[in-house]
Design a protein around this ligand. Structure first.
Ligand SMILES: N[C@@H](CCC(=O)N[C@@H](CS)C(=O)NCC(=O)O)C(=O)O
Length: 214
């Protein structure tokens, strides 16, 4: 049976769990990382020498890196749904996935760490302001793309929605200035209609407040 390792309040684990939920896959979830620990064992290091979550073991196929896992699960179990059959739609899914890894997530997670995960007295407000401004530019770029599409790759949800869509809960929950993002907000509302999104992504991150330790 598919096994998934990773704490549920990790944004990267949430991508995988959301995909598992969309695909309706039977699985075993094992809490790991953060206050659960377990990443420094020999057994874990054999699965993921980078010692991070998420990791999956699908009947002997071990995959780490959240986007690689989402692609693997979509390709194996979601043909014609999360995994677009059309090469153009698949390329759009891929490019927005890579954009999240290269641009959106470093900017937004940097902001999240500097603002939310740093104790108040240690916060660097220059870095926070830069993170807010950079995130705003990137979400506006995404907003322009979504003005012509209901979902990232077209009219239906695909694997391409998962990396960027996972960032939204925290972005809209943080008490920060945000630009007008009507199309991102409409997409966020569409995602919230989905039970796997509500269950696996809209997860409290309260216990990360002021904690820079993991
Ligand atoms: N690029 C990796 C990043 C993995 C990563 O940094 N995971 C964090 C959680 S979001 C982690 O394992 N941190 C150590 C811990 O939770 O103890 C991915 O997308 O899977």
């Amino acid at each position: 049976m598919l096994k998934v390792w990773g704490r549920r309040n990790s944004i990267n684990v949430q991508k995988v769990m959301w995909a598992v939920g969309e695909l309706g896959l039977a699985h075993e979830h094992i809490d790991a990382g953060g206050s659960f620990g377990g990443l420094d064992t020999d057994e874990f290091g054999t699965m993921n020498p980078n010692r991070r979550v998420p990791v999956i073991d699908d009947d002997g196929i071990v995959v780490w890196e959240s986007h690689a896992i989402v692609r693997y699960l979509a390709a194996k179990y979601g043909a014609g749904a999360l995994w677009p059959e059309d090469a153009g739609a698949r390329a759009r899914s891929d490019l927005w996935t890579d954009w999240v890894l290269a641009d959106l997530q470093p900017a937004f997670i940097g902001l999240f760490w500097n603002l939310y995960r740093t104790p108040e007295e240690q916060r660097n407000w220059n870095l926070i302001r830069q993170g807010i401004a950079r995130s705003a530019i990137l979400f506006q770029l995404l907003d322009r793309h979504l003005s012509e599409h209901a979902f990232i790759a077209g009219d239906v949800l695909t694997m391409g929605d998962i990396p960027a869509g996972t960032q939204l809960y925290r972005y809209f929950e943080l008490e920060i200035d945000r630009p007008s993002l009507p199309n991102v907000e409409a997409w966020y509302a569409r995602l919230q209609e989905r039970e796997p999104y509500r269950t696996h992504v809209m997860v409290s991150f309260e216990d990360l407040k002021g904690r820079r330790t993991f």
